[in-house]
Design a protein around this ligand. Structure first.
Ligand code: SDX
Length: 430
């Protein structure tokens, strides 16, 4: 039985069709609403609005479910690699041996950036935030691979650009770190895996032999996998909206990087660590922080807590909390910030304010503690989020461009400004 929504407006009845997804999510299809009734819907921040149909990621916020192409995040976190997850998200299935081998070979072949791009780094102050550099460098890739702006570009040429981007984003990010500490940029090696190569480019120094720590490679793999996609979040929706104007891949991803930078979104992981460091430095009682977060006038929020969709728990936070204990034990390290984070989580989850509003730790609450264990600097945390989210952004860009009903995104508004009035010559103005 096909359900329809019945609407009565100004005495006239309208029937609106409905949509049901493969996971039983339901929507009222309002595509004909304005044409038939003259009304639009009003939903600031799109809290209740579906912008598209997508087959990439499924989230059930009430049950704490996250699946990439149907596979639970817990299984991917335990068994998969980031390269494999990137292929899964973009192409919809786990790669077979040949597909995975070809992707790995492409990631190795495309890991260098054009030598001329190295000059860009000389123009930035050493204090430049690496997200500013990342968004600029990714947008600039279209100058070196102009076929990406060609409307007739083939799927195979686009695949090469996906691989270039996923590979080079590591090189770009590591180079921004090296420049910020005055060390020479380290070129990628062809004998290292995706994550090992990134750690090598970040931490190798010419005078020493860099030893790959497999535990850190596994930790980075886990972090990138849990960040790889998250349906229509702010930055992914940005990539889709920019891509809907037929902006090229690199320009659309650069816009997504900028959206991710906001501290309410991907910038939260840096804010979480800065918050925990402040608590430690100033010996602020955890209860006081919780009280401050509840006080609307404080202008302070408990960073790393709360989520637009997860109203129970963020499965990624659970995975990363467990990883903190495992990795610290394996590396034989301690970090007082982990204890503060756990104490803060405990205090918040016992407080009615958080329980009533269903505010739980999100992916950003523990991720920074693992990045710290890997000696990645705090201002690089959101860059790490971007490296992880890149395959998801690419998958959505590809899905958007393959949509038979492709249209440029252009929301409506309710105008609340002045009604018509006339121009007043300056000598007649008050
Ligand atoms: C990410 O969308 C995604 O999927 C994002 C992401 C991804 O993978 O792409 O999961 C990654 O961005 C995770 C979120 C990282 N951001 C933070 O940790 C920043 C702190 N969190 C909040 O600012 C907030 O929880 C958001 C932005 C995450 C969600 O905001 P919403 O859904 O718009 O909720 P809201 O701001 O309307 O808050 C609802 C209530 C409000 O109180 P009341 O007005 O109802 O009294 O909860 C309160 C808020 O004041 N609240 C918080 C809070 N988060 C919400 N109060 C204190 N501390 C917080 N962290």
């Amino acid at each position: 039985m096909s359900n329809t929504a019945k609407l009565t407006l100004e005495g006239k009845d309208y029937e609106l069709p409905t949509l049901v997804g493969t996971e039983k999510e339901k929507a009222i299809d309002i595509r004909a609403l304005r044409k038939n009734s003259g009304y639009i819907t009003f939903d600031p921040a799109y809290v209740n609005t579906g912008a598209c149909q997508s087959a990439i990621t499924f989230i059930d916020g009430e049950k704490g479910i996250l699946r990439y192409r149907g596979i639970p995040i817990e299984e991917l976190a335990e068994h998969s690699t980031f390269t494999e997850v990137a292929y899964l998200l973009i192409y919809g299935h786990l790669p077979n041996k040949k597909e995975l081998g070809t992707l790995k070979e492409g990631l190795t072949r495309h890991s260098m950036i054009h030598e001329d791009m190295k000059n860009f780094y000389n123009g930035y102050p050493s204090t430049a935030h690496p997200m500013a550099i990342l968004s600029a460098m990714v947008g600039s890739l279209s100058a070196y691979y102009p076929n990406v702006t060609n409307p007739g570009i083939t799927e195979e040429e686009m695949h090469d650009n996906y691989v270039r981007l996923i590979s080079k984003v590591r090189t770009i990010a590591a180079a921004s770190y090296k420049k910020s500490i005055g060390q020479p940029i380290v070129y990628p090696r062809n004998d290292l895996s995706y994550c090992a190569n990134f750690l090598y480019m970040m931490f190798a120094v010419p005078s020493e032999t860099y030893k790959i720590d497999e535990e850190l490679v596994k930790t980075l793999t886990l972090l990138l996998i849990v960040h790889a996609d998250h349906e229509q979040n702010c930055s992914t929706s940005t990539v889709r909206l920019v891509g809907s104007s037929k902006a090229n891949l690199f320009a659309s991803i650069s816009a997504g990087i900028c959206a991710l930078w906001g501290h309410l979104h991907g910038g939260a992981n840096q804010q979480v660590i800065e918050m925990l460091e402040k608590i430690q430095r100033e010996k602020i009682p955890v209860k006081k922080i919780v009280e401050q977060a509840k006080d609307k006038n404080s202008g302070f929020r408990l960073m790393g807590f709360g989520h637009r969709v997860y109203k129970n728990f963020d499965p990624r936070a659970n995975i990363l909390r467990a990883a903190c204990d495992r990795v610290f034990k394996k590396l034989g390290i301690q970090d007082p910030l982990l204890n503060i984070a756990k104490e803060l989580e405990q205090a918040a989850l016992e407080d009615n304010y958080f329980v009533e509003r269903k505010l739980y730790p999100n992916v950003d609450f523990y991720s920074g503690i693992l990045y710290r264990a890997m000696e990645i600097p705090t201002n690089m945390f959101t860059v790490m989020f971007a490296i992880g989210r890149l395959p998801g952004w690419i998958a959505h860009y590809r899905e958007l461009n393959a949509d038979p009903d492709f249209k440029i995104g252009r929301p409506r508004q309710i105008y609340t400004g002045e009604v018509q009035r006339s121009y007043v010559p300056i000598d007649k103005r008050r």
